[in-house]
Ligand binder design. Sequence first.
Ligand code: AMP
Length: 486
Amino acid sequence: MTQFTDFGLAEPILRALSEENYVTPTPIQAQTIPLLLEKRDVIGIAQTGTGKTAAFALPILNHIAVNRVRPQPKTCRALVLSPTRELSGQILDSFRAYGRHLRIHSALAIGGVSMGGQVRSLLNGVDVLVATPGRLLDLVHSNALRLNGVETFVLDEADRMLDMGFIHDIRKIVAKLPKERQTLLFSATMPTDIAELARQMLRDPAKVSVTPAATTVERIAQRIVHIDRAGKAKMLSDILRQEPVDRVLVFTRTKHGADKVVRGLNKDGFTAEAIHGNKSQNQRQRVLDNFRSGRVRTLVATDIAARGIDVEGVSHVINFDLPNIPESYVHRIGRTARAGTEGVAISLCSHDELPFLRDIEKLIRMAIPATGQVSRPAQRTQPQQARNGRPQNGQHRNGGNRNGQSRNNGHARSEHTRNGESRNANGAARSERPAQRPQNSNAKHNPQHRQQRQDQRHAPHDRRPAAAPAGEVGNDIARVAFMQPR
Ligand code: AMP
């Protein structure tokens, strides 16, 4: 199956795809679309960047095009659940783009904006509803929506949903769906709790798995800059001056950190904006629009806010803080090198982050070329953690934390709030509370390594995964050693 025309999709959909300049289906599309057209349930192991949205949107649109019935008032025929508002908006945009020559009714149900407009848009019923779980339940509870007309149900980014504490909401939603339906579940990873959820939700599902991670990582020139925490702000400005930046996404671990980085950059003469869960939905949308249009070239984001952001032309990702969850590193750097382009990922690593670096290198199975001196621990080590009053060690990665909460797959279990932010049991935003890691490090770096970027691009990488074919959006999971189930 090499062309979209081979799938037997309705002509108006093929026309829209050709206008989008989609010619060749990505691997997830090639595998998933025929199964969905046969009405199979499908589990897809795939993450953003693989083309998974079209993989489920095209068969859903085809079903709607071929089975033209008016949706009942206050119902939807296809329901797509996604963890964040931004991702939900992007999914709806995709449905509207691919369905532009079909007369479909679609709506978005996300938190952070008033419910009135959403209630009105559901009044006559819609073909496609894209929603975040909390707002969807609010609409159901206020009798603005009934879920008994759902023909196709998509649970997108299931692993992230569980990380964000949406499991109870998902169970409540699934209980309200008709038993006769087609169900699709997409997840970047398949830990046991997702497998269990899938077992309960899906009927004899077909499994497809692709991931862009290796392909993406192969195309990204990665670099670590060892630097002490106090020097990071100046280093960031220096990098932005020296690098040929088109658009840069800077990641911080905390919302407060994101605002601080923006202030520092503004002081140094750079136009930068922050996107994180403390901003209103309108502010977040405005910031994203500015970034997309190129009015703002530097966007500073926390992991959760950046999840699912699909902006083309991000030339650089800079990790101002290294993520304490190694999978986040792969998600972060995957914001660059989208759709076959190349990208640069630079991570500023202070001494206290060396254990995080070690975990990342273990996950991606390669040593990242490094510059700078591994900074010595200051006399008063762990300033951030000391401020948070947390002990420095004694907790194992997958063990319990000091609140006695169990941890899963290295991710702290957390509850979500209705504004889409993730919170832990103490009410603090999760992104403000990096998990503890042991302090020992065996990171393998050459502190003397001072080659220029060009050299680093071509520097031999230890233990690189097998090269993936260039130009593909996805690649078969079997070739991607580091994306094994956690
Ligand atoms: P997704 O994984 O759904 O977020 O898609 C990632 C990006 O790839 C989006 O910008 C899509 O517009 C783009 N894309 C998806 N499928 C194709 C395709 N078959 N050909 C070219 N671009 C695609």
